[in-house]
Design a protein around this ligand. Sequence first.
Ligand SMILES: [Zn+2]
Length: 390
Amino acid sequence: MPSVQDHLASIRADVEEIDVDQLNARLTSGDQLLIVDVRERDEMESGFLPGAKLLGRGHLEARIGGVAHNANDEVILYCAGGVRSAFAAYALQVMGYTDVKSLSGGYAKWVQSGYPIDNRRQLSRDQVARYSRHLTMPEVGEAGQIKLLDAKVLLVGAGGLGSPAALYLAAAGVGTLGIIDADVVDMSNLQRQLLHTEDRVGMAKVESAVAALKGINSEVRVVPYQMRLDSSNVLDLFAEYDIVVDGCDNFPTRYLVNDACYMLKKPNVHGSIFRFEGQVTVFKPDAGPCYRCLYPEPPPPGMAPSCAEAGVLGVLPGIVGVAQAIETVKLILGIGEPLVGRLLTFDALAMRFRALNTRKDADCPLCGDQPTVKELIDYEQFCAMPAFEI
Ligand SMILES: [Zn+2]
């Protein structure tokens, strides 16, 4: 039985090595080199060679064809110290690659020599496994997943719309989810509010939401706010977040969320439901209209019954809340066409979606040419109705 040292010596005799000075000279001269990191994922977290492909050793043979398309492509492998990369280079030669080199001294020697590294944040091994379906999509990828993990989204309401939105945002890996809701779970909520369960009836909705979301993705930081949103607390709260998802069910809160988001220049992903119909849009300050552009005046009291009064199909908020979650993810990733300046309407009975173009109103008291609303007002008085349940 040959020793590991003997085996390594015989492999090194067959594998060409490149030293760190030669490699750095070639990189600085502008050579386009295929450099492959064969270390373990957690070793890559402290940094890696600029431009290196982070394939790791475990799947090297399976994945090398994705980056080295021809058997005679030059491939430079490195590991921490130069041993694993020598074995890996030998394995690629056995596969038929003819120009494989191993970096002698590996990453440690590279760092000691003071050569540049790339230390962009890497996903952990668990994150790579969890988000693998995102990582294979070029529109998301590792950089996009890191954006999701770094994002802070505040959900106004842990009810019909907030439930599906929060569940999907947590599953997708949005790193911080704030949830504000003053209510406790009631049996009548369970018909549509999937964050909550029978055994949590009577519990604060935000606490029930924490339990549900942690069960899906324990990595997400869920911040519960068991309180009513009002003019005195909204600005401080919204300032902590990147995006607000409005799933409230009353007009005073809707105008409050709109005005606060506009003042803080935060995107407001708005959703509403009524019986069999839903609406979704994105109010992005200065990029499109705000809620007041569309609805300058609240409806007269009694003319716009709440879901509690008029009813709502239990399944309907699933579609609307998930559409809000999709818009939120698009905003975080900066992809696609968000519903800015467009109002998506959904009619469940006809099973029909429509997207209506909406426009900023030059006379809007908030975002128009001559604004009159420059600070938060008393929204219950403005709407002549209480900000009842969310
Ligand atoms: Zn406006």
